[in-house]
Design a protein around this ligand. Sequence first.
Ligand code: PLP
Length: 434
Amino acid sequence: MYYYSTNKQAAKATLEEAVIKGLASDKGLFMPETIKRLPDAFYHNIGEMTFQEMSFIVAEAFFGEDVEADILKEIVYDTLNFDTPLVHVHDNIYSLELFHGPTLAFKDVGGRFMARLLGHFIRKKGEKEVNVLVATSGDTGSAVANGFLGVPGIRVFVLYPKGKVSEIQEKQFTTLGQNITALEVDGTFDDCQSLVKEAFMDKELNKALLLTSANSINVARFLPQSFYYFYAYAQLARIEKNKDVVFCVPSGNFGNITAGLFAKRMGLPVKRFIAANNRNDIFLQYLITGKYEPRPSIPTIANAMDVGNPSNFARILDLYENSHEAICKEISGVSYTDDQIRETLSEVYKKYNYLLDPHGTCGYRALTEKLENGETGIFLETAHPAKFLETVEGVINTPVNIPDTLLKFMHGKKKSIEIPASFIPFKRLLLNTK
Ligand SMILES: *Cc1c(COP(=O)(O)O)cnc(C)c1O
């Protein structure tokens, strides 16, 4: 299957090209030429399938023309070696817990899948080694690093701003070793991003090394996020609550929710979607006014959603052929302040003994306000509350249980290479570690 660019200027790409390049040459995002509808029988039987079984069928619809079945199956089964259970919170509200992977956040699914698919293409091309450069303000670095950990033929360089990520976040990508190198940049997140961008433009460097990025716009990270929408639906089907299903997705770059929109296009019976935002409500404003006006992000306690120009908005526009009306029919929006997030997080803990993280809290609250009679709501609990320890403990005034996976990172020894925020030393380092 071919992939076209949302900017429609670049030539169509194969899956292999789209995965290795990430972004199209006209700076657009890659979109699959067709989104295949899955047969009715699939939806009739969905309640009887395992997460891995149904995800393999979904993966075949996306990637089956380009990846041999046995290899694709291995990639899917290997990626999804953890569960994403649906938990009943109260009444008709369910939490889809996407935090049971290695870094306790939903980005693990896409990170792990992409690592395996990219590894496959690198071996197929006969390339000895590919270098993945990733700039992170915290969470992306850990999901990518852990996804790629130990994958043969891939080296990962994580660039992060010194002193500007939390200790837990830092430990999740500086303690791994093996094929993961953490670069502690004396600068800001923007400096890290500039270094990565400059590396991709440097002729000499690109001649010497095969470089690629692993950001969330990559189709191999983005599309697999649709798997858990099917699985969530299947879990509702098992208890016969799968009528008028509403998904509510805490959103930043809008990759997660867009994967859900793809699932609906494939025939998953979802009634509608709600995009939950913190105060960075560019999408909500678009729904209200019809105008898309990016602006600088503002910091909030749900910081993985502090995005002022959601990159996947281009995919949503493309999916609905730029129709504001069509978008408003299927997606609505909400926006919450930090105070509202704290209030709801505390209330749910006290009343239902369920501990939310600040991102999932936005999703939960939107369902309490927007769900209509007869609808069943699922919000995506995008990260484990212990990942935002200080915020969450500050709100509930009780120590939070830290899962073993997180404790293991915290006990690990940090290893990083300090570099200044300038290109020459960074380039020299990449060339020398060859
Ligand atoms: C990345 C992230 C989000 C936002 O997801 P998008 O796909 O960027 O919309 C929400 N919550 C958490 C915890 C995240 O890490």
